[in-house]
Write a protein that binds this ligand. Sequence first.
Ligand SMILES: [Cu+2]
Length: 276
Amino acid sequence: MLSRRLERGSTSVALAFAVFLTFMTVVTVYIFWAKVWWFPPAISDFGHEIDAQFARTFLITGVVFVAAQLGLAYAIFKFRDHGQKAAYFEGNNTMEIIWTLATIVLFVGLGLYARNAWAEVHFMGAAPGALQIEVTGQQFVWNFRYAGPDGKFGREKPELVSASTGNPVGLDPTDPASKDDIVSPVIVVPAGREVELIIRSQDVTHSFYVRELRLKQDAVPGMEIHMHFTATVPGDYEIACAELCGLGHYRMHSMLTVMPEADFEKWEKDQEAANQ
Ligand SMILES: [Cu+2]
């Protein structure tokens, strides 16, 4: 009598758990498939390649996830307690080798697939003629410097850095090349033209991050890190600092404006005029 009651209890519990697991698997897959919480659309040339890599990774890991969860649900129900004796075995070397090899093949394969996108961003420099913009992070603002009409970045001196007197990057007024440099709290770039960023920090590690560009790069004190991108869709996009950099980290953000080339040239002229 007692054992029959236990058996019935075990069946319904095992079934309920298996159904719950299957339901959660379906819900999880739906959330990714329907892109319920997803990135905003990419606006950079390599952004689409990064998205394609994301899609490949999610597809492969998704298939493994579904197979593992459904397998678990099946095992929970199939091997439920019928009052039988539990069996014990010491692992299975063949299975260990198979899933270790399969994992290596998947990881290395995904890495090989992604190498073009990675190399394009990190190893290949910007093409000659790219618009150079110096990005300086400091607690808790971003400053962007354009070379101005002479196309040359002027000298900077750390001892001249003084945000309160309007010289946040420490431009040296005795260098003629510094005179026409434009320093802006927002970054404006022309659509369709390559931009080379020179990313630096004045104090701690910050991280320059624009979701729509699919570009995130640490700003490290003492280093000049070059990144490049071509934005294709005009609009305003938020720049966040993606590295916890101190108490004011939450408010360290700025805007990236992508505008048609003609509008950009006008913006640059206006900045130059304001500089005189
Ligand atoms: Cu920061």
